[in-house]
Design a protein. Structure first.
Length: 149
């Protein structure tokens, strides 16, 4: 009888653990929140310190930008790309509409809408609205940096 009671007790514990409520914030949700916070910080820096500074700060060393169907590969090339821009009153804002993270926890992506405005060298106002897609990679120090934008 003692043996039966022991087994019944172990079975009850196993069943209880299978039916327990999942945590509100599992590893995947925690990582998604980290990426969203990174996006918020990225957008804030772009607004406060400038688009070029923000892109350089949040880019991985091997990041790639897709601009006008041309690839800008690496942080040095990204810096050179922004140095060539001759725009004034540049404003860029965006909000991620979706975020997901790989099961491995080291890659994630976001997409959403952005709004860009600036004044070109001829004094013409440029306004563009569109959709962005960013791929994020967790760095060895735990920070998220974009590898594709």
């Amino acid at each position: 009888m003692k043996r039966f009671t022991k087994w019944l007790f172990l079975i009850c514990i196993a069943l209880y653990s299978c039916n327990s409520e999942p945590s509100c914030e599992g590893p995947s949700e925690k990582l998604k929140n980290e990426i969203i916070q990174t996006e918020v910080n990225f957008a804030k820096m772009a607004k406060e310190e400038g688009v070029a500074q923000a892109f350089l700060a949040f880019a991985a060393d091997d990041a790639v930008l897709n601009r006008n169907d041309k690839l800008v590969k690496g942080k040095e090339a990204i810096q050179a790309y922004f140095a060539k821009q001759r725009l004034e009153d540049v404003n860029l804002s965006w909000t991620p509409d979706f975020v997901d993270v790989a099961k491995s926890g080291d890659l994630g992506y976001t997409y959403g809408h952005y709004r860009f405005s600036a004044i070109d060298t001829m004094g013409k106002n440029i306004e563009i609205e569109g959709v962005f897609h960013t791929v994020w990679k967790k760095q060895p120090d735990g920070d998220w940096r974009f590898v594709w934008d």
